[in-house]
Structures are given as C-alpha cells and as structure tokens.
Design a binder for this molecule. Structure first.
Ligand SMILES: Nc1nc2c(c(=O)[nH]1)N[C@@H](CN(C=O)c1ccc(C(=O)N[C@@H](CCC(=O)O)C(=O)O)cc1)CN2
Length: 290
C-alpha cells in the first residue's frame, strides 16, 4: 500500500480564504481583528513561526503587533506587557511564543492572558471548557489536526484513535477533541510499555512525541490514517517529523507530510481564533473601534 498525502498547506489555504468575508465584516464594523505575538529570546525556529504569524495576519488584512523581547527579560516585565495587551481594545488575541527562557514560569504567563484573548487556548478556563465540552477558544495545533481530518474526508466517529504524547499543547487537547468527535481514544506516552502493540491498533494515529522519526511502519496498522505533529530540523538543514515518512507511507492509508502538514494548519487556526475573538468582542460591545 502507498499512502495518500493529506496536505495541510492546501487545507490551510482554503480556511484562510474562508476567513476573509468575516474579517471584512468586522473591519467595516470598526473592529479589525488584531493579534499580538510576543517572542522572548532568539530561538531561530520560534522566530520563523512568529514571522509567519505576523505575515499571515497582514495578508488577511488583520492588525498585527509583534513584541520581540531579549532573552534576559524579567518575568514581571513580560507580565506587565500582557496586562497592557489585555486592556488594549485593538488587540483581540495574545500569543506568547513557546518555549520561554527557563527563568520565566510558563504557567504564570499563560494564566496572565485574559481567557477571551487566549487565542492559543492554553488558559485553564479554556482548557476546562474544552474538557467539559463547552464553547471556548481551541488550541491551534489540535484544532488543526481535527480540521484536517474532517476536510480530508476522514471519518472520526467510531474509530480507534491513538495519540502518542501527553503534552498540554498537543497530546491532551487533541485526545479531548477526538473524544468530542466520538472516537475511542487511547493516550500513550514515553512510559507506555510496548508502544507499537498499541499504536498498531489505531485507525487514526496522531503522533506528537517530540522524537524525530520515532514511528516506523512496524508501529502502524495497514491502511491507518497517520497524523505527524512533530517538526525537527536535521543536521543537514532539512525538516522531518516524529514519523519516518517514507517508511510509513508503505503501510499507512493516509499520511500528513512534514513540512506542509500540521504546521500550516496551526497558523491558520490561530487566525481563525483571532477572528472569532474579535467577533465575540464586537458582539459583547467590548471591542475597540480600530
Ligand atoms: N504559543 C505557542 N507556541 C508554540 C506553539 C503554539 O501553538 N503556540 N506551537 C509550536 C510552534 N508553532 C507555532 O507557534 C508552529 C510550528 C510549525 C509551523 C509551520 O508552519 N511549520 C512549517 C515548516 C516551517 C519551517 O520551515 O521551519 C511546516 O510544518 O510546514 C507553524 C507554527 C511551538 N510553540
């Protein structure tokens, strides 16, 4: 069997274009959706992602602000900036790029962002609402995975989905979203014994292990849908995921590429969340007038 590739680049483009009418409507109503992205330090990959976020905002006619702070920035200063952005009517979404330098506590930063502007969906209020199935801003990568599956014509209900990884950013929320779509979900992680015996049961395998090319064909049931959330730069400068793509493509039915898979979906879901946050601000009368 040779897998069909499920292109995140193509689906992300469709979603991006579908956002334009709502951005136009909000802007005409005096509420141009605005995203503030904060980067602390000079991690090269983070710089690429932050630039992509700002560029996509501008291409869509959204308001974009990028704050680039030095690695030595004190936590209190960062919290001060978040407080200011929380009260800024032109900003509907705030995103602090992760990872942060070690001296800054990620939890303090996430908790400081107002839940209505938490376009990353990482605040405990949004995480709690996701867990109980209430309306909330969804984390971008997990929401992107679900959107990709749906738009790729892949049935989720009734399927056995296995998630490799239990991070707060991807593993746990993607498992909750798959459950919400009526999959039977198994979460595995680095201490799961005989991982392959479990992943081989998956109809849908979502890999967010953070380990380059961990998953080869021996982990995959023939015909399974495999979503690769990992992204790593090899020494020669090329990118790979958590899945050994060429090998798994011989067994899987559908496979997402790296690059061009989940990555572009993460960016477009961020735009979608920002537009949604702006729409809610307009509806609640709390929006700025541009
Ligand atoms: N605050 C957050 N920090 C981080 C998140 C997040 O969702 N919120 N996720 C990751 C990084 N990430 C988003 O910020 C991200 C990763 C990858 C891509 C992407 O488009 N990748 C391209 C390849 C890009 C390249 O050339 O390097 C692809 O896969 O095709 C976008 C966003 C950690 N931090």
């Amino acid at each position: 069997m040779t897998a069909t590739w499920l292109s995140g680049t193509k689906i992300a483009k469709e979603i991006r274009e579908s956002l334009r009418p709502e951005i136009e409507r909000l802007t005409k109503a005096g509420v141009q959706p605005g995203l503030a992205v904060v980067l602390v330090g000079d991690d090269p990959a983070s710089q690429v992602y932050v630039n992509k976020k700002a560029k996509t905002c501008l291409e869509l006619g959204m308001h974009s602000e990028v704050y680039r702070l030095p690695a030595e920035t004190e936590e209190a200063e960062l919290l001060g900036l978040i407080d200011r952005l929380n009260r800024d009517d032109r900003i509907h979404g705030i995103l602090v790029q992760l990872p942060l330098p070690k001296h800054i506590k990620e939890k303090n930063v996430i908790d400081a962002i107002h839940p209505s502007k938490d376009v990353d969906g990482f605040h405990p209020v949004n995480v709690g609402n996701l867990a109980i199935g209430d309306d909330c801003l969804l984390p971008c990568t997990p929401a992107g995975v679900i959107e990709m599956l749906k738009r790729g014509g892949i049935e989720i209900a009734g399927k056995h989905a296995v998630v490799v990884g239990r991070s707060n950013i991807v593993g746990k929320p993607v498992a909750l979203l798959l459950l919400r779509e009526h999959a039977t979900v198994t979460i595995t992680h680095s201490r799961t014994p005989d991982l392959a015996s479990i992943t081989r049961q998956a109809d849908i395998l979502v890999v967010a292990a953070g380990k380059p090319e961990l998953i080869d064909r021996t982990y995959v049931k023939p015909g399974a849908v495999v979503v690769d959330v990992g992204i790593h730069r090899r020494e020669d400068g090329t990118l790979c995921g958590d899945v050994k793509a060429d090998d798994v493509a011989e067994t899987a039915g559908v496979l997402t590429p790296v690059p061009g898979g989940v990555g572009p979906m993460t960016i477009v879901m961020l735009m979608k969340n920002t537009v949604e946050a702006a729409g809610r601000a307009l509806a609640s009368g709390k929006a700025g007038r541009g």
